[in-house]
Design a protein around this ligand. Structure first.
Ligand code: SF4
Ligand code: SF4
Length: 140
């Protein structure tokens, strides 16, 4: 699942992501990062089964963690107009040879972007909520 990590100016110098990976012994795959000396955001992929522990570990270190919603495309409503294709900043939407539109879910950053959701003239794209696992941790 995907999580959005927001680092304040104070936290941005600290190796918090590396600390969480070492402490929790989990992979945290960075999908995109926009960080400078004033702070920033990282979108990361984490194992869903361990999500509550990992989110708790980031929050204990002062990082603001949100769970972006992913997108779902209703093939019945999509009429392949292509309006969404060139708008995607992640190149997650492609026009295929048969003129249908393909969404690459591995590239999409979901509601952290949401541009195509707002742009679709037939409201074929909607945000769907990700579920955080209820594992061992009872924090938050
Ligand atoms: S939500 Fe953003 S990143 Fe995802 S497919 Fe739509 S435009 Fe691309
Ligand atoms: S903007 Fe909507 S209708 Fe047009 S191709 Fe994209 S999903 Fe389909």
């Amino acid at each position: 699942m995907r999580i959005l990590l927001k680092f304040s100016e104070k936290l941005v110098e600290q190796p918090i992501t590396a600390q969480v990976i070492l402490e929790q012994k989990v992979p945290v795959n960075i999908i995109s990062a926009h960080i400078d000396s004033a702070g920033g955001e990282i979108l990361a992929e984490i194992p869903t089964a361990l999500s509550e522990n990992i989110i708790g570990a980031f929050r204990e270190k002062g990082v603001v963690v949100t769970v972006p919603e992913l997108i779902e495309v209703d093939g019945e409503k999509c009429f392949s107009c292509g309006a969404c294709v060139s708008l995607c900043p992640m190149n997650a939407i492609k026009s295929l040879e048969d003129s249908t539109v393909f969404f690459d879910k591995d590239k999409c950053v979901g509601s952290a972007c949401g541009i195509c959701v707002d742009a679709c003239p037939s409201r074929a794209i909607k945000s769907i909520r990700q579920n955080v696992s209820k594992s061992k941790s009872n924090s938050h």
